[in-house]
Design a protein around this ligand. Structure first.
Ligand SMILES: C[S@@+](CC[C@H](N)C(=O)[O-])C[C@H]1O[C@@H](n2cnc3c(N)ncnc32)[C@H](O)[C@@H]1O
Length: 258
């Protein structure tokens, strides 16, 4: 199955819907609002003067938010539609980001540049069949001493939504809308894979990265799943039998040897 073409088509379609959505609020972003959330801002810290690679950058709002904070940024995404829009935003804002339309594994094979920070967040891992290749791409892209930052939706929520928690050899192939308003306008076939927490952590360790920090969170900044409730000052939570479900996790890892 040509999962890359199927998912590229889906993300090209989703991008068009996302651009006009309240969820992404491009107008506010253009007027100066950052699209980054407290979790990643606190974890990544000061990026001034750092070379930052953003994997699966979608149409670039987070990438350009890091650029506004002084990072020299490169964003990579499979969707040519998303990268076209990212380049338009970059020009409109007078920033000097580089955007690359590519599969991240292919990017990993071709890239020779070294970065101080590799960043990726919110809904990225399920699109990737093989986390060893993902982790190798990260390790190969980092300079020695460089940091990797992941903020991802917790797989516990996938389990409660009826998906496998543990990895399976065959992907889920479904017709789905997207996670913003007007979600049905983006209905398309998508191919996704389950990745347990141990699989993510072991992939990073096997690629030679040292894990500095791992944290789970009961609140999400996004109202993008069913049955979430807003808690003022905290974000969205989900209760299962009266208890908070872990909704996000974050990992910071470091490249310590060449
Ligand atoms: C949920 S979005 C990431 C959301 C992002 N945090 C944001 O700013 O909205 C997932 C992104 O992964 C990209 N993607 C999926 N498979 C990919 C692949 N194999 N290589 C590169 N990008 C991929 C999609 O095109 C999409 O833009």
């Amino acid at each position: 199955m040509d999962y890359l073409s199927i998912n590229k088509q889906a993300w090209d379609k989703r991008t068009k819907v996302h651009l006009g959505s309240k969820f992404y609020d491009v107008k506010a972003f253009k007027e100066g609002e950052s699209s980054l959330n407290t979790v990643e801002l606190e974890q990544v810290g000061n990026v001034e003067g750092k070379k930052l690679l953003h994997l699966q950058c979608h149409f670039g709002q987070d990438t350009l938010s890091w650029a506004r904070k002084g990072a020299k940024v490169t964003g990579v995404d499979l969707s040519t539609e998303a990268i076209e829009q990212a380049n338009k935003l970059n020009s409109a804002l007078g920033l000097d980001a580089t955007f690359v339309a590519n599969d991240i594994y292919q990017f990993g094979h071709e890239n020779i540049e070294k970065f101080d920070i590799v960043f990726t967040s919110y809904g990225v891992l399920c699109w990737l069949p093989d986390l060893s290749q993902w982790a190798k791409t990260i390790a190969d892209s980092l300079a020695v001493g460089g940091e990797f930052h992941l903020v991802e939706f917790h797989t516990f929520n996938d389990l409660l939504s009826g998906y496998s928690y543990f990895p399976r050899p065959e992907p889920d192939v479904e017709i789905e809308g997207t996670y913003t308003e007007n979600c049905d306008g983006a209905k398309s076939t998508v191919v996704t894979w389950a990745h347990s927490l141990s699989e993510v952590i072991n992939a990073l360790i096997s690629a030679g990265l040292s894990i500095d920090h791992f944290k789970e969170y009961p609140y999400s900044p996004y109202n993008s799943f069913e049955d979430l409730e807003y808690v003022p000052g905290q974000g969205y939570q989900m209760l299962h039998k009266g208890q908070q479900v872990p909704l996000l996790y974050a990992i910071k890892a470091r490249k310590i040897v060449a």
